[in-house]
Design a protein around this ligand. Sequence first.
Ligand code: ADP
Ligand code: MG
Length: 728
Amino acid sequence: MSTQRFDAIIQSNTRVRTAVKETGRRSELFAVNVFNDERMLQYLTKDALASVKSAIFSGSKIDRKIADQVAEAMKGWAISMGATHYTHWFQPLTGATAEKHDAFFDLLPGGRALEKFGGGQLVQQEPDASSFPSGGIRNTFEARGYTAWDPTSPAFVYDTTLCIPTVFVSYTGEALDNKAPLLRALGAMDDAATAVAKYFDKNVSKVNATLGWEQEYFLIDKALAHSRPDLLMTGRTLIGNSAAKGQQLDDHYFGVIPQRAIGFMKDLEIECTRLGIPVKTRHNEVAPNQFELAPVFEEANLAVDHNLLLMDVMDKIADKHHFKVLFHEKPFAGINGSGKHNNWSLATDTGINLLSPGSTPMKNLQFLTFFINTIKAVDSYEELLRSSIASASNDHRLGANEAPPAILSIFIGKQLSEVLDELEGVSKGKLSPQEKTELKLNVVGKIPEILLDNTDRNRTSPFAFTGNKFEMRGVGSKTNCAKPMTVLNTIAAKQLVAFKKEVDALINKKNLKKDEAIFNVLREYIKTSKRIRFDGDGYSEAWQKEAKRRKLSNNKTTPEALKVLTTKESLDLFKSMKVMSETEVRARQEVELEAYIMHVQIEGRVYGQLVYNFVIPSAVDYQNKLLTNVLGMKDVYGAAHKKLSEGQLAIIESIAEHLTDLKKKTDIMTDARRKANKLTDSHKKALAYCNDVKPYFEEIRLNCDKLEKLVDNKVWPLTKYQELLFIK
Ligand code: ADP
Ligand code: MG
């Protein structure tokens, strides 16, 4: 009999807490490991600094001589921080980050050694990266891809390695990563939003999209997590009977954080602070052992890098505290899953949040412009935005009734809805002086007051306006935010470009004043984007029906959701905004489909293993024990034993029934998997996995969970929910 479960329980119960020392004030610790403005000022020559700044601000190229200087300075600083190696840190399409470390150390002729790192190594590298998914862009014969420095995200020293954030592209220039398209989308957003912001303030010369993510996760004792092959291989429990106590008492949410978890969080925050990740809040989430961490928002590219870095740091610090962090969107059935809300806004270089109402009617017209254009953009491309958060693991949330649904809709609250209703009534063409005054005083002028009591926060909405930002709530806890951020910024940029064109046409051809033209265009947008606005219960049956009537998409599974990526409309969008070529989009769709197939395939295999190697043997063990008992009863009591052994016999039969069904379903599932594997078209294969393989998972699970309930606790080999979910 396997004793792993019981050994793990003992280990988890006898843990000695890892001590955590605060090494100084957090504010003093902030970004000490980052080659940021402060360090650059200290280490770079004036020319080099100006060149890097201009690259950050306007994307200009850094020439080779300057790159050499920057590299020299960076090396000096990194070595002083204890770094021995450097790496180009990049985001291949696997969704995680990748790194290949090279030593600074180099040998000179004559056997002398030297620390070497020049502009060449800083700016560009060629990792042998032929095994990263490329969706066919780069077949293995042409395996070469290179990484190139992204100066907008500062280099940092992590442990003893200087990490240089980079994009990863093929030699033919196609993006092989998630960062390159994001940077292009942010560039498009900058151009489009700056042009529109200039209607209101000529001094605006740059607009940054901002992102504040909220990372949810589970924390499980390492020994307990490792005792479950499914957690180890798939990131979630494939089977497991719900514990008697789950989240129904709501006693975990915002409750006292367990001591061991606090130790982990403190250590994590200290490390994050050193790395310049501005972590701010920590609290318990709804489910037992579920927590959340959120930073102060940042420019979107940096925020994405920081989220990826955070997930990596979390893994390492957790290990130190004998925990395993689960980033999977649905690690446990029956309790809440994890998401990663993406709070998004637009900030000008003049310090204005364009999605924040202001103190004057003009500032509010600016707010309404960006607010309504965002609504219009999401309405036009709702299905594409949904596709950006599709994954096998997130399907468990978006299709189910606990997270914002697979249907995209926008919540803006009652008061702002009323403002939009008023604006819908604005006259066509020129406005009378009375109408202008009325608009200024009673509609546009009133917004800040209104927002103050706009406290109604609809948690069931997948895209909610929350006072001065939009909050995208369907993003999965594991997802690389670059994906939704690329789509959101691309569609909003496209919309702003169209808006500017329409407004300029009204000004130039119809002789309207600027504000009249803006009101006229916004009025039409409000009318044509109404279907995306929904303030009701997003989890309800009624909304599913209503959304269908409104012709909003409702793609519950990844293979369905990914289809839209390659429609003519989507391809045109990415191409016209110079975010992705058709080849790049098709490659991404292929990679996402492949990832889906792999994930479901692995789960299918692990199910087979759990059923045959764990569940059936332990059920049979227990059944045998009962059978021995019944035979003994027969020996002693003769014919009367049947009546006396009724209970045992019923359990024996129950086990037999579940075993039969379990074996049958597992074998059918395995056959379905083999059949799916024969398909060569990725989309058909993904659909086969989704529709022919995956549905058996639930039935297999049901039988396993019933058996867990029946079988003697002492012989059940898999660590149970109640053991996994309540840290001591
Ligand atoms: P919650 O949504 O949990 O109630 P808050 O509304 O306080 O919490 O904010 C959540 C997140 O929103 C934080 O991570 C914060 O950084 C982010 N945020 C706040 N303002 C902005 C902004 N202008 N742009 C992007 N993110 C923002
Ligand atoms: Mg939130």
